[in-house]
Design a protein around this ligand. Structure first.
Ligand SMILES: [Mn+2]
Length: 458
């Protein structure tokens, strides 16, 4: 999924707020769901402890408040009330409990302390929501946080101490996840400002951690990407002239769910013909025709980590000469960027390489101008818990970072859009293309499209 630019993407919108304040094919042998599910549910407590310890290392003395997500109101959003935990809360606790707080205390000297506030269990509401974790031994065991208390104590133990000024005198600084304010945190911000103490956004610190993935995160990302690559293969085999974009979307999302993905990382983009040049086309209502290219930009989310893989292929199974020429230009630009991925390189340099390749190989393909004039978005972005994941782009690549490389050329007058996107892990000595399971050369795509053994062919 393209982002507007690479260099400036993902600046948390909350900073504005802060400054304001301060000023494999499916088969019977491999039944759906077997390879997914339970292993995605729990993050080892040791891993969570390591993440919190790394955050403590980045903090000045202070108190950090991180709020869980809250359930969405069914009457306001009946079609979209599935609960999804807040990413930072999940990253640090591994829990999917709503209406909770994680509080980190970093003293002037000595080790930091984490306290978790969870809603108490309630049989009446659990008859609607299913069982909750509640404060207790299980929450301690799963998070490695030894102090877990009912959320009702948060007011007395945290808010009242902040209100009295004691906590800020003691710790000096209040960290919040800006942009995640509740009425309560807004009051706390006011209190901290009144006492002339420093308020900081903990988001950028968490972003610096989250941009380098640990082994648990990489396992989940790999799985999300494998599932997405399989969905791309099924889409290539299923597509036919006369089919609607939504039918192809259904094939893709069938594979996602059949393989244990909980949800899509973002609305699936299936843009054919004139829609192939619309970068975030997700209406997916058009009937596809002979001669169209279709841009399929999709990502399964697995265990809170999302893939982001784009393939462009001909609805009829065969590229025209013109389509093939544009396609291979985009592919060459993409390969040039991917080949240069290794620790120490910056994303902006990769983008320069891809654009230079396009300029040097356009050969009149886009009229009087270079085709890179029609490459209207950034080359790529981090992926992780968000499809456009957190983290700045000035930082050179390091092992454990995962980014997309997705050049495109969009010729609206010809209804000819091509985007090719892979998910690439930076390794110690170079890189690994995690989405290699989705065919990419013209030959590979055309060969697969002849495959009759498709899952949901019409
Ligand atoms: Mn993308």
């Amino acid at each position: 999924m393209p982002s507007p630019t690479t260099s400036r993407a993902c600046l948390p919108t909350v900073l504005a707020h802060v400054s304001l304040l301060l000023a494999g094919p499916l088969s019977a042998a491999d039944p759906p769901g077997v390879t997914a599910g339970p292993d995605s549910a729990l993050i080892p407590a040791k891993v969570l402890e390591g993440r919190r310890a790394a955050l403590f290392d980045l903090l000045e003395p202070g108190i950090v408040l991180i709020r869980s997500a809250d359930p969405r109101d069914f009457f306001e959003h009946p079609q979209d009330t599935d609960f999804r935990q807040d990413n930072n809360f999940y990253y640090l606790t591994g829990l999917e409990e709503p209406n909770s707080w994680l509080v980190l205390f970093k003293p002037q000297a000595g080790p930091g302390k984490a306290v978790l506030y969870l809603p108490e269990r309630n049989p009446m509401s659990e008859s609607w929501t299913g069982p909750r974790l509640g404060p207790g031994e299980e929450a301690i065991r799963r998070t490695g946080i030894t102090e877990v208390r009912p959320v009702t104590a948060f007011e007395e133990e945290v808010v009242a101490r902040l209100r009295s000024g004691w906590a800020l005198r003691e710790y000096g600084r209040l960290y919040l996840r800006m942009g995640q304010e509740t009425a309560q945190t807004e009051e706390l911000v006011e209190l901290a400002l009144e006492s002339m103490r420093t308020i900081s956004d903990v988001g950028p610190l968490l972003a610096e951690l989250r941009v380098v993935k640990d082994s648990v995160e990489l396992a989940r990302l790999r799985r999300a990407i494998e599932i997405t690559a399989e969905a791309q293969r099924e889409a290539m085999k299923a597509v036919r002239p006369g089919m609607h974009e939504y039918e192809l979307e259904a094939v893709i999302e069938y594979v996602f769910h059949a393989r244990g993905a909980e949800r899509v990382g973002y609305p699936s983009i299936v843009g054919s013909g004139p829609n192939s040049v619309i970068l975030h086309h997700d209406k997916n209502r058009r009937r596809m025709e002979e001669g169209d290219l279709v841009v399929v930009d999709v990502g399964a989310e697995y265990g809170y980590y999302t893939a982001d893989v784009t393939r462009t292929f001909p609805v009829s199974g065969k590229f025209t000469n013109r389509q093939r020429a544009i396609y291979e230009l985009v592919l060459g630009a993409q390969q040039t960027a991917i080949d240069s991925i290794r620790p120490g390189v910056k994303v902006a340099q990769l983008e320069q390489l891809a654009r230079r390749y396009m300029r040097e190989h356009s050969d009149g393909l886009c009229g009087d101008v270079s085709c890179d004039r029609y490459f209207r978005h950034g080359l790529g972005h981090w992926i992780g818990m968000d499809v456009h994941d957190v983290g700045g782009y000035a930082r050179p690549l390091e092992p454990g970072m995962v980014l997309t490389i997705e050049p495109g050329v969009y010729l609206a007058e010809e209804s000819l859009g091509v985007r090719i996107e892979d998910d690439v892990l930076v390794t110690e000595d170079g890189h690994e293309v995690l989405s290699a399971g989705a065919p990419k050369t013209v030959e590979e795509i055309e060969a697969l499209m002849k495959d009759e053994a498709c899952l949901l062919c019409r």
